[in-house]
Design a protein around this ligand. Structure first.
Ligand code: 2BA
Length: 109
């Protein structure tokens, strides 16, 4: 058994959940926040038999798309009244960031 933990864009999470449910997988979704952009994303926990992990990875791939975001870094020190002059920096945000973990014990009752 494996636990697939995937962090995805909120906008992709609905389609991803729908596709997983349609294929007979079970998932739990929680609202999370990216440490770098401090924006909301979604994290899915998917418990799955070893032989079905690749199918889950495929579905994640099909449903989650890369996006470009621009962020304006603030200068380290600013005087009162000064406007931030940081040049916007382009950042690519997943796709999906996925971790596959071994499950030591699986119990349901
Ligand atoms: P964030 O931490 O908000 O990161 C959003 C995007 O910003 C990242 O996209 C990456 O392109 C960029 N980024 C992150 N840290 C950076 C840094 N120190 N310098 C420059 N650019 C940086 P993704 O890599 O696709 O990650 C999307 C979200 O997935 C992340 O949101 C975070 O919530 C999660 N994530 C990514 N890698 C992770 C990891 N190793 N462990 C836990 N969560 C992770």
């Amino acid at each position: 058994m494996k636990l697939v933990l995937t962090i995805v864009n909120h906008d992709d999470s609905r389609a991803l959940l729908d596709a997983l449910m349609k294929q007979g997988f079970q998932a739990t979704v929680i609202s999370t926040t990216g440490g770098f952009l401090r924006e909301g994303n979604a994290t899915l926990f998917i418990g799955v038999e070893d032989e079905r992990v690749e199918r889950v990875m495929q579905i994640i791939h099909e449903c989650c798309h890369t996006r470009t975001r621009f962020i304006s870094p603030l200068p380290p020190l600013m005087e009162p009244g000064e406007l931030p002059a940081g040049t916007p920096v382009e950042v690519q945000v997943g796709g999906a960031t996925t971790l596959v973990l071994d499950v030591e014990r699986w119990e349901k009752y």
